[in-house]
Design a protein around this ligand. Structure first.
Ligand SMILES: CC(C)(COP(=O)(O)OP(=O)(O)OC[C@H]1O[C@@H](n2cnc3c(N)ncnc32)[C@H](O)[C@@H]1OP(=O)(O)O)[C@@H](O)C(=O)NCCC(=O)NCCS
Length: 201
């Protein structure tokens, strides 16, 4: 039987692998497995972090979801708290592509405009191994995330995803009951959709 459980320190290298397999070509992926493992450890360790694992019927982790309550400035706080480890983990990516520095620096110096509020949670990342996609794992992960957010007193959950070339993911969130409340462009020019769902019912 498949199951959901909390992500723990020993899961983060597997989560980094699932991230790499489910987000090929994304900026965070390009920073490498060490960076990803630190990123997910940071979410696991933060008191406001919500990090869950989907375990397939064979007992193997096959998906994850991660985010946080009180999302405003979370990335910036995370990077600042562990700046030395994150710097060391990004050396390889920076050597391959020096422009990566500017993007990371922006993450630290200009905290995201994530919504503010104790009653809001942000779903930052969800990934299912390609071979397990379309089997209901994503729905189980989203439902578990929403229920955890609700149990921590949140009334709403938001997330952002690419607007263009991303029909399957946008269809997935609409199917999960999210609604688009804002459209915007990142400083890098990526067109994004911001989705919201109420969890207080
Ligand atoms: C997005 C993702 C997490 C969805 O997980 P999944 O396990 O494939 O989705 P599920 O099988 O749980 O599907 C849940 C529902 O969404 C629907 N859905 C999924 N993909 C769909 C699509 N392309 N079009 C329409 N509906 C879709 C399913 O039909 C299902 O509805 P049902 O319960 O009525 O059958 C997964 O595909 C993934 O990891 N993608 C790559 C990483 C990514 O882009 N993550 C999101 C970044 S913001």
């Amino acid at each position: 039987m498949s199951a959901i459980r909390c992500m723990e320190a020993q899961d983060v290298s597997m989560v980094a692998k699932i991230h790499q397999a489910s987000f090929p070509g994304f900026f965070l992926t390009s920073l490498g497995p060490q960076f990803l493992a630190l990123y997910y450890s940071g979410i696991c360790e933060a008191p406001e972090g919500i990090a869950l694992i989907f375990v397939n019927p064979g007992g193997e982790p096959a998906g994850f979801v991660a985010g946080t309550t009180n999302p405003r400035g979370f990335y910036s706080r995370l990077l600042k708290r562990n700046w030395l480890k994150f710097s060391l983990a990004s050396v390889g990516a920076i050597l391959k592509k020096p422009s990566v520095i500017a993007r990371i620096a922006r993450g630290v110096s200009h905290p995201s405009r994530n919504p503010v509020g104790d009653d809001v949670a942000g779903l930052f990342s969800i990934g299912v191994l390609p071979e397990s996609q379309g089997t209901g794992a994503g729905k189980i992960l989203v439902d578990a995330f929403l229920s955890e957010a609700r149990s921590r007193g949140c009334r709403k959950v938001f997330l952002t995803t690419d607007r263009d070339g991303n029909e399957a993911v946008n269809a997935f969130y609409l199917k999960m009951g999210f609604r688009i409340e804002r459209r915007f462009e990142t400083p890098e020019g990526r067109a994004m959709n911001e989705y919201w769902i109420d969890v207080d019912r």
